[in-house]
Design a protein around this ligand. Structure first.
Ligand code: T3D
Length: 262
């Protein structure tokens, strides 16, 4: 079994660690397979109500492992294949998972590594972390959703600056620009990320999944379509145990006991 991704089961959530620290957790096909396997398994585990994604060593991920992409003599590179088979399914999976994904960025997040982090639901970064759209430096465009996430999160001017210049921005700037949820001191990073996962482990997971879906749908919907979507989702959630439990707990001034995924 591959050790390029490590999975640790905690009470109500799982910690998934990218584990190729000597290559700054850059992605090869094996790590892609292991990460996808870990996400699929976490989704299938009824007691898993959140995922904490992080990198081993001094960085989160440097994106594609560039030592593995050089074509053999006489071959033409086909980047579309890697993107179609590995990066796009990963981004789609992260967005579609019916449970929140918290990403702890401890150091550099570059290329696809940066955009995989941005695809997560909550991104917390240590103060020394950096986000780098490295693509233009190797004559590519931001992929793994970069051209979609950057303008939506940071605005067009900042998206263009990051993508065209390919220069790193600090975690503090990423927070200020709205790219990430929070920048914290380096030594507080894991406590912060774990604390969020512990809250999610007791949360109404079905509602959180619906929130993820509704926010993503909003990106392509008119206000009218989104109002209709909200009505339909609210109707469905109103029939679920966790809504009744949430209201009852509020009225009885006690903590709710949400079933989550039950
Ligand atoms: O299939 C396709 O190609 C399409 C998909 C593309 C998706 C992408 O992600 S394209 C973008 C790929 N990533 C990059 O271009 C980033 C390359 N890395 C860097 O620019 C720098 O390493 C960093 C800015 C990320 C970090 O710099 P620094 O100074 O902190 O570390 P370093 O010394 O450069 O790297 C440490 C080691 O990791 C080093 O190995 P060594 O010399 O100690 O044996 C370095 O070669 C290795 N490393 C870093 N990034 C990659 C890598 N090895 C392979 N691939 C990498 N992406």
């Amino acid at each position: 079994m591959s050790d390029s991704v490590l999975v640790e089961k905690r009470d109500g959530y799982q910690v998934v660690t990218l584990n190729r620290p000597d290559r700054l957790n850059s992605f090869n096909a094996e790590m892609h397979g292991a990460l996808m396997g870990a996400l699929v398994a976490a989704e299938a585990a009824a007691d898993c109500r959140a995922i904490l994604l992080r990198g081993a060593g001094r960085g989160f991920s440097a994106g594609q492992d560039l030592s593995e992409v050089q074509p053999k003599p006489g071959e033409l590179p086909n980047l579309a294949t890697t993107i179609d088979q590995l990066y796009n399914p990963l981004i789609r999976k992260l967005r579609a998972l019916p449970l929140p994904v918290v990403c702890a960025v401890n150091g550099v997040a570059a290329g696809a590594g940066a955009n995989i982090a941005l695809a997560c639901d909550i991104v917390v970064a240590g103060r020394s972390a950096k986000f780098l759209q490295a693509f233009a430096k190797i004559a590519l465009i931001p992929d793994s959703g970069g051209t979609w996430f950057l303008p939506r999160l940071a605005g067009d001017a900042r998206a263009r600056g990051m993508a065209l210049l390919g220069e790193p921005i600090s975690a503090e700037t990423a927070e200020r620009w709205g790219l990430i949820w929070k920048c914290v001191e380096d030594d507080a990073l894991m406590d912060e990320a774990q604390g969020i996962c512990e809250k999610f482990a007791k949360a109404p997971t079905g509602a959180l999944a619906a929130i993820k879906q509704a926010l993503d749908a909003a990106a392509g919907n008119s206000l009218n379509a989104q109002l209709d979507l909200e009505r339909d989702v609210q109707y469905r959630l109103g029939l679920a145990h966790d809504y009744n439990e949430g209201v009852a707990a509020f009225m009885e001034k006690r903590a709710p006991a949400f079933r989550g995924r039950g």
